[in-house]
Design a protein around this ligand. Structure first.
Ligand SMILES: Cc1cc2nc3c(=O)[nH]c(=O)nc-3n(C[C@H](O)[C@H](O)[C@H](O)COP(=O)(O)OP(=O)(O)OC[C@H]3O[C@@H](n4cnc5c(N)ncnc54)[C@H](O)[C@@H]3O)c2cc1C
Length: 335
């Protein structure tokens, strides 16, 4: 395996930040991963495990080893009406969703068009249009860096929650995902509980998983900028979750507040609405801006440094905190 020095990461992160990695290796097999991790010189360096680079912010050059996960392969096992898929971490998520639809394996259609790799999907429990990875996840396998061995975690071991998992908490930087197991269904059961999706479906037609996927893809294309043209990392802020009593006070003060009740009684607020109300939509500062159609997407128009991106994010957080008393948390991981 080739370990490259001073590797440019500009094309390996969707924010298009021009940073370099001191060391870079692309891993295409479990053996290669084990060999790389056993290298004593590299083992002492900070490590960044990279998928598609669609959920990271590089503040500066990465003075360590970037491990690009390029493991490939999909295996499918029939279990009655269900299908158990074992998908290697380096597979592209969106390509997987489309291929599953073509084969008549259902459950992923609402998660179409999310950039990135399969291995990163459990890290923040990707979600969109009323479905989260947790709805279909069976298990995650990978390299446990604490015990230096391969390990399989069941879905419940992964402690998935809204945009979070054990990989962002107790196992932060301690687990390299190599394979994800998903349980899909061979019989269609479209999930259209998300109101904006239900509203966008044509009336008077049968709702099929294919139609759901097509509609979600269309909605996303109309709302989210293409990172290849306008470099971005998707939602830059998580939707804040607050206590119901605080939400009621805010709602009384701001009747237009956009929010959703959570199963645990708390309330999730629309970060986009909060940012928009503070007048940030469409604003640009030092080559970085807030997208004119989507207030929680920051666009790195001029391939600026991560510092510029984070400075804009901090200004937005401050404005939202001042106006609503709500703390906005940054969604992508900052390196
Ligand atoms: C236009 C756009 C739209 C988006 N829409 C959504 C959306 O609707 N819903 C949503 O949830 N997200 C969305 N995202 C965010 C992003 O696509 C997802 O979080 C995706 O899962 C990140 O995958 P990645 O391979 O690019 O991860 P990367 O950016 O490469 O990595 C993200 C984090 O995961 C870690 N990681 C990656 N691979 C592994 C691995 N194999 N093992 C251990 N750790 C790993 C990295 O170290 C890093 O901390 C969007 C992003 C963009 C740019």
């Amino acid at each position: 395996m080739i370990v490259q020095r001073n590797m440019a990461l500009t094309n390996l992160n969707t924010l298009g930040i021009a940073a370099k990695a001191s060391y870079f290796a692309e891993v295409t097999s479990l053996d290669a991963l084990a060999t790389l991790l056993a290298d004593t010189k590299l083992a002492s360096l900070p490590r960044l495990v990279l998928g598609g680079g669609s959920n990271i912010v590089l503040q500066q050059d990465f003075a360590g080893l970037v491990v690009k996960i390029a493991l490939r392969g999909v295996q499918c096992e029939a279990l009655g009406e269900s299908r158990l898929l074992r998908v290697a971490a380096g597979e592209n998520w969106d390509a997987l969703v489309k291929s599953c639809l073509q084969q008549g394996w259902y459950g992923l259609e609402n998660l179409i068009s999310i950039p990135g790799s399969v291995g990163a999907a459990p890290i923040q429990n990707i979600g969109a249009y009323g479905v989260e990875l947790s709805d279909v996840l069976v298990a995650v396998s990978g390299w446990d860096l604490r015990e230096n061995c391969l390990r399989r975690l069941s879905a419940s071991d992964c402690e998935l929650s809204y945009r979070s998992s054990i990989f962002k908490t107790h196992l932060l930087d301690q687990f390299i995902v190599t394979e994800v197991e998903l349980k899909l269904s061979h019989s269609p059961s479209p999930n259209i509980r998300y109101q904006a999706l239900a509203d966008a479906l044509p009336s008077g037609v049968d709702v099929t998983p294919e139609l759901v996927a097509e509609t979600v893809a269309r909605l996303r294309a109309s709302k989210l900028p293409d990172f290849r043209l306008e470099p971005n990392a998707g939602s830059f802020f998580k939707n804040p979750i607050i206590e119901a009593s605080n939400a009621a006070e805010l709602q009384a003060e701001h009747p237009q507040l956009v929010s959703w009740p959570m199963p645990d009684g708390r309330v999730k607020l629309a970060a986009a609405w909060l940012v928009d109300q503070c007048g940030w939509k469409g604003q640009r500062v030092d080559g970085v801006g807030v997208h004119p159609r989507q207030a929680i997407v920051l666009v790195n128009y001029e391939h600026c440094s991560g510092g510029n991106v984070l400075a804009l994010a901090a200004a937005i957080q401050e404005a939202v905190s001042q106006r609503f008393g709500v703390a906005l948390e940054i969604e992508p991981r900052i390196y």
